[in-house]
Design a binder for this molecule. Structure first.
Ligand code: ATR
Length: 280
């Protein structure tokens, strides 16, 4: 019987993870199956789903919304990225133990610095949002060499709190500040602007000063498969030099999980090329 893996979320029918991991398995010659499991809409249900999957031969899972926080709580061991993000997106079963990782930030950084070839060393980064997605990105961006990260959020206090909480983990070379979306702090020149809010999922635009996007080398929306989101449209109108959605981040975090589970890192470029949708 091939080893079993899965992605657990709710809803889950739209997930691209089975396709991505299927392509990885094919390309690397790994014998495994990867399925999508709906974890249901009852909070606290993840532990039972995990137990049943493991009893049935499961070796590891990806975890997506709304279970990322619960996934960390279910694990007996977690790496620093998962602990700092307060959430896990990959679990591995080792006997009775559950190990947790969070590869979202690593996937984002690799997509920007390697696939899109936009250098993060000494970069000035504007990170929009202060929820789970933003939280997972801060330390990986800082460790990738970002010189300054401004976290900006509709609810300014949440951004300031995040900046305060994460400053000690960012290292000496990276200054972190928090601000509201409309504040002066956002007027400076940025090298990368990342939308980590959930506004694009709702098709909503952000109340951002145009100058924070003017001529920016890269405007990146973590959402994927939605073409030109309102944020990317705003960036385009402001003269951003390059636009990207989050499909590369999705594939890169999947590759990290695959490598962790299987000990072999798959090529990501062909998979990104197959899944990417034009930004129109
Ligand atoms: P996730 O885990 O995906 O980050 P979340 O924790 O619910 O989701 O956080 C959503 C983020 O998107 C928050 O930063 C939220 O701003 P508030 O903290 O002010 O609520 C932001 N967000 C959602 N819709 C938005 C909108 N229309 N305009 C601006 N920010 C928005």
């Amino acid at each position: 019987m091939p080893d079993r893996y899965a992605v657990i979320g709710h809803p889950i029918a739209h997930s691209q993870s089975p396709l991505i991991h299927g392509l990885f398995a094919q390309a690397t010659g790994q014998q495994l199956t990867y399925e999508a499991i709906d974890g249901g809409d009852r909070p606290g249900g993840l532990a039972r789903v995990l137990e049943a999957f493991r009893a049935d031969g499961g070796r590891g899972v990806n975890v997506t919304l709304p279970f990322k926080l619960e996934a960390l709580a279910c694990a007996g061991e977690a790496d620093e990225a998962a602990r700092l993000a307060g959430a896990a997106n990959a679990l591995r079963f080792e006997g009775e133990r559950i190990q947790a990782r969070n590869f979202d930030g690593a996937g984002l950084v690799r997509d920007i610095a390697v696939n899109l070839a936009v250098p993060l060393r000494a970069a000035r980064v504007l990170l929009l949002g202060a929820g789970g997605a933003a939280r997972g990105a801060i330390v990986p961006l800082a460790r990738a060499g970002a010189g300054r990260i401004v976290i900006a959020n509709r609810t300014a206090d949440k951004a300031r709190q995040l900046a305060f909480d994460f400053a000690p983990h960012a290292g000496k070379g990276c200054a972190i500040a928090g601000a509201g979306l409309g504040e002066d702090e956002l007027g400076g020149a940025f090298d990368v602007v990342i939308n980590a809010t959930s506004a694009s999922l709702a098709g909503a635009a952000l109340q951002l000063p145009v100058r924070s996007l003017a001529g920016v080398p890269l405007a990146y929306d973590m959402v994927y498969g939605k073409g030109l989101t309102p944020f990317l449209r705003q960036a385009q109108a402001a003269g951003a030099r390059r636009l990207a959605d989050g499909i590369g981040m999705l594939v890169e975090q999947a590759a990290e999980a695959f490598a962790w589970w299987r000990g072999v890192r798959p090529e990501t470029a062909p998979v990104i090329a197959q899944l990417a949708k034009p930004l129109v």
